[in-house]
Design a protein around this ligand. Structure first.
Ligand code: MN
Length: 257
């Protein structure tokens, strides 16, 4: 079995190293990851500058490459060129910080797993829901190994992936594992507007933590209750229920009215 690892926190991040160590006993692991942090890069790809790939020496003899591309670039480069054979699984993470609900649309971690699914390889993204300096990736790494074995055994339907979040607590405090839907988090209006020393206005996005909406069955609630969440995600974003409604609008059919 072959597993491709990537992330959006960069190849030096502790999370991807912990993941590689956990998966090495069950598969041939190759890391292709960004050479620097790329969090919140979404599903962006690099079209207008050259991409470079540099072999990196890691402990435990794991084959690793750093690229100047995005997480999605890494997966595409790995599957299309760097790897001799197609991987059986793509795992992205372990991200430092949660990827819950609508975070998925911003997440480089999840986008890398999406790229795996687009290229026809089963994939999952895994994140720890904490930014603590002394965060342990061990519980998430152990769970990634269990889940990787199951995904390799059962496979996933085409154009789907799994998004996993692990609470940032010690292993003995994890209350269970739930299969969930995407929940909601309200981000405060956190645009900070300031003036630089030259009198020019600049903006800074983010900072304030979001307010979680604790709805039953969601990834957000699972994490709030110290449970691991597994959310199956599909790439088809079509709102099928809205097709009949929009079809009645006076813009559909011929342009002559
Ligand atoms: Mn990240």
């Amino acid at each position: 079995m072959r597993i491709l690892l990537t992330n959006d926190d960069g190849i030096s991040a502790e999370g991807i190293q912990a993941l590689a160590c956990a998966l090495q006993p069950i598969a041939q692991v190759t890391i292709v990851a960004p050479d620097r942090p790329r969090s919140a890069s979404g599903h962006s790809i690099t079209l207008h500058k050259p991409l470079r790939v540099t072999p990196v020496k890691l402990r435990d003899g794991i084959t690793a490459y750093a690229t100047n591309g995005t997480p999605s670039d890494c997966v595409a480069l790995a599957i299309r060129d760097i790897l001799d054979e197609r991987p059986d699984l793509v795992v992205s993470g372990i991200n430092k910080g949660p990827n819950l609900g609508r975070d998925l649309t911003y997440s480089g971690t999840v986008a890398a797993a999406m790229e795996g699914a687009i290229l026809g390889t089963p994939a999952f993204a895994i994140s720890v829901a904490s930014y603590a300096d002394d965060l342990s990736f061990a519980p998430a790494a152990a769970f990634a190994r269990r889940l990787a074995s199951e995904v390799l055994l059962h496979g996933l339907p085409p154009q789907t992936l799994l998004n996993v979040n692990v609470p940032g607590v010690p292993e003995e405090a994890i209350a269970g594992v739930r299969v969930t839907r995407l929940g909601r988090r309200h981000y405060p209006e956190n645009v900070v507007k300031r003036t630089d020393p030259y009198g020019r206005v600049y903006y800074w996005l983010g900072g304030e933590p979001p307010e979680d909406v604790l709805e039953e069955g969601t990834d957000v609630k699972a994490i709030a209750e110290n449970c691991i969440s597994i959310t199956p995600v599909q790439l088809d974003l079509t709102d099928y229920d809205l097709i009949p409604e929009v079809s009645t609008w006076n813009v559909v059919g011929t342009l002559k009215s």
